[in-house]
Design a protein around this ligand. Sequence first.
Ligand code: GRF
Length: 174
Amino acid sequence: MRVAVCISGRGSNLRALLAELGPDAPARVVLVLSNRSTAGGLELARAAGIPAEVLSDASDASEWLGRLRAHQVDLLVLAGFLKLVPAPVIATFRDRILNIHPSLLPAFGGPGMYGERVHRAVLESGATVSGATVHLVDEVYDRGRILAQAAVPVRPGDTPADLGHRILELEHRL
Ligand code: GRF
């Protein structure tokens, strides 16, 4: 299976995927796409010999589809991708787009819920567990069918950064 990974930042989930997908794996990362030319994960991809491309307009479905077709992509993986995927791309890749989110969805998801904001909201709520979710992407932010989840405890005195680090480790395994 030919996989495209979409990133907006440092790409530590991309790193975890690349480490896991050895030469005999049933899936291979053939393209890394970013909406930001400064995303650290682009360098990671290039160092691994994977084409790393920057979208000139992340809201332009035809640009997406052209790039995905050029690399014969079967599956899209959003790993810290902060833009909405255009609806025609979602329709073309129906049930073939995965996202990872740093909370136990459907709690603490939706527009504006990313990065430390998620962990701050969890701490403010008094929740005693949080975690990570892998789900299918549909037209609504963070609401597609859930494929896998894992939980971590929220500890007394946690800062958003503490909780974020604990969850990021879990994301890499998930
Ligand atoms: C992760 O927490 C992921 O769940 C999220 O954005 C973060 C990306 O981290 N949606 P990285 O770029 O993979 O290090």
